[in-house]
Design a protein around this ligand. Structure first.
Ligand code: CA
Length: 293
């Protein structure tokens, strides 16, 4: 064998080795690819399983939430009937989702759901607001708020309710109160029309400034439903059952004693007109705990 043949033989040998190695690398890559594909399949399968479990959990959570909602009291009188004395209570009004409300459980036997609260505060709530806000309710239930016209309608549409008002004015910080034995709020289609009657003079130290609002539609600065040629809500700065325009303006601005103006939180007309410092309105069923599931 001459040296040329040796070189050729070596060359062929190394070429064979290189080709063999390339083949094994290719085989290795194929195996890796198959393993990766299997892992991806496994991952996809476990993802499907997880998705199923999340759906099951969601379903379980829904039924727990509806159970909780079902077991909540419909209003503060139902809460009182179950022995609740707390002022902040989660209720489930008929036909509406659960919501936090303020209850008055001590005054006059309790069971009152507070629907409007006003008092001087460092963070006054803007009551000169939209139809939508008055529909849904707004403010802070530990300070100033409006409960919402939809809640008022749903609570009062089937169950006879009474209304109680507690006011103070700047000249006399002693509370004055008044009670009406009929209070009902119509649907939004009826522009949340007010029904009020049955002022009880023997039970009241505040004058009846609401009876005259009976039958009025609700108005806000973006909806003029009053019978006046003017837009009472814009003129007087609240959302209310204005007519021509008011004898009580509970959602007006809280004015200081030295201020004056018809846009204020006013109770009554001259010479009985009071500029109010605080006001609370609350309702309860005439008969206790009348709701049925
Ligand atoms: Ca008008």
């Amino acid at each position: 064998m001459n040296s040329q043949n040796v070189v050729a033989g070596l060359f062929i040998f190394f070429l064979g080795e290189v080709i063999g190695q390339t083949d094994s690398t290719r085989r290795g890559r194929c195996e890796e690819k198959a393993a990766l594909q299997a892992e991806i399949r496994n991952f996809q399968e476990s993802q499907e399983v997880l998705r199923g479990e999340v759906a099951n959990l969601r379903e379980a959570l829904d039924s727990v939430s509806s159970l909780v909602a079902y077991s909540l009291p419909e209003d503060c009188s139902a809460a009182k009937a179950r022995g609740s004395w707390t002022s902040t209570t989660m209720i489930k009004p008929p036909g509406l989702p659960p919501r936090l409300v303020r209850c008055e459980q001590r005054e006059q036997g309790g069971g009152w759901t507070v629907i409007l609260a006003r008092r001087p505060t460092n963070n006054p709530v803007n009551f000169n607001t939209t139809w939508q806000n008055y529909k849904d309710g707004f403010g802070d239930i530990s300070e100033e708020f409006w409960i919402g016209n939809e809640v008022l309608h749903k609570l009062t549409r089937e169950i006879p309710h009474q209304l109680r008002v507690v006011i103070t004015d700047w000249s006399d910080t002693k509370e004055k109160t008044a009670t009406w034995n009929m209070f009902v709020v119509g649907s939004e289609d009826n522009r949340y029309k007010l029904g009020i009657d049955g002022y009880s003079p023997h039970n009241s130290t505040a004058s009846d400034e609401l009876q005259i609002h009976n039958g009025s539609s609700f108005s806000t600065h973006d909806y003029d439903n009053d019978i006046d040629t003017e837009h009472c809500a814009r003129q007087h700065g609240g959302g209310w059952w204005y007519f021509q325009c008011y004898t009580a303006n509970p959602t007006g601005k809280i004015l200081m004693p030295f201020q004056a103006g018809d846009h204020g939180m006013i109770w009554g007309v001259h010479p009985k007109k009071l500029t109010l410092r605080s006001l609370t309105m609350m309702i309860r069923p005439v008969s206790p705990a009348p709701y049925h599931h």
